[in-house]
Design a protein around this ligand. Sequence first.
Ligand code: NAD
Ligand code: 6OD
Length: 502
Amino acid sequence: MLDVARKPDNSASAPAVKDILNFIAGEYVPAQSGKTFDKRSPVDGALIARVSEAGEAEVNAAVEAARAALDGPWGNLTTAERGDLLYALANGINARFNDFLAAEVADTGKPVSLASHIDIPRGAANFKVFADTIKNVSTEFFEMATPDGAGAINYAMRRPIGVVGVICPWNLPLLLMTWKVAPAMACGNTVVVKPSEESPQTAALLGEVMNTVGIPKGVYNVVHGFGPGSAGEFVTTHPKVNAITFTGETRTGLAIMKAAADGARPVSLEMGGKNPAVIFADCDLDAALEGTMRSCFANCGQVCLGTERVYVERPLFDKFVAALMERTEKLTLGRPEDGATTMGPLISHEHRDKVLSYYAKAVEEGATVVTGGGISNLPGDLAKGAWVQPTIWTGLPDSAVTVTEEIFGPCTHIAPFDTEEEVIKHANALDYGLAASVWTTNLARAHRVSAQIEAGIVWVNSWFLRDLRTPFGGMKQSGIGREGGIHSLEFYTELKNVCIKL
Ligand code: NAD
Ligand code: 6OD
């Protein structure tokens, strides 16, 4: 269970324009081409960073550095030595907590209160969890008979898979990047990370911590840029990248899977979702409202596990909609460092255009707009930020685009249901299967419904409660594979069997 509280430092704001470079073989380097792209604040549109865009030359250099580290100093460390370094990394992030917080908040505009409780502590915790996991895993052993009577023994060994390409999204940048980098490194691999173009800063900053704690050069490399025709494509098509782990949209994941087919390279894909919440009339209403508020609006609705479809048992429907509306209208949009802020902006104007197109589509499709539905007009500089109103709709059929496509914004549709059987059909109606939450005080029902919902994780009477030892991933088009605890080891290591004839 994650419950790490840290006192936010209100100095985590108003960054100057920074130059963000690629991190290759332990050095910060600009692209040979000199190409850069601008990173603007989602809060007020101000230019906050100029980011060096890696070309093929930088990606090649990063992959070569990663391979050299693997064949050299990193590959020679014991599991315990790697574990100690991973602990030092976690402590190193915590020692620079406010720097990471400032960088994350600047890139994403998320409230300091959120990033200081979730993003940065989890970004650090991932290293400790996987350092511990790797120390405690055994492999299988079989004795067998042989015709000469002497017998043979078989034992399995885990070996690193090699250079791992790590392609990251922008919604929880440090948390989701270290969620992949930590197990990859714990298992003895080296990495080439491609952060999202929208959130380059914390991945870059982590390079400093890698150097400070003495991670050998080349183990952790960062190349900045976009997807197609840029660093993302160069990493995922590079023949010397041995495996690719990805978090992002389903469409992107499928393109990466095709690229990985060349060379038969394994992929781990954590992709999109359109997650249901199922609220039974016997639920603890306050808890269900509190949890549903978070699952719909935390991080401005930009959480892959978030709820964009709420199904409420009919006797509770009107009351639930009215209460959720009331709470939604109390959300406070504002500057990240303002303690009163409970919701930030979307990541960019481009993403806002996408979310607003769904707001318009919902109306076209005949939705009742319970609250929101437009742009939030904030005063002063904030008027240039990527703000939208938190939005609730009712009245749409399951076939509506608004109810079937992932929007990834602060919005949800609420529909009534009458029976368990019916709501399970609604929940399972889409090609996505990432997460769901069920709210009921009936234990038998909770178990019955959870068992039937097609999702990688089902929360009962909670949301985003994460024990990092558990399997995490999506069913159907929400993902391929599972990571977390020992499941990460399945992806980040190759198992080999040694058979010794006695
Ligand atoms: P995205 O797919 O647009 O981008 C993710 C990363 O892929 C970025 O670094 C991007 O530059 C890169 N990329 C894009 N096209 C590429 C290509 N052709 N080849 C290689 N790299 C490419 O996703 P996003 O907008 O950054 O993130 C939001 C999406 O991520 C949502 O769909 C959300 O559900 C999903 N997500 C899923 C999980 C999960 O655990 N399942 C977690 C977080 C986010
Ligand atoms: O908590 C995690 O480890 C995780 N992968 C969360 C994903 C959140 C998606 O936005």
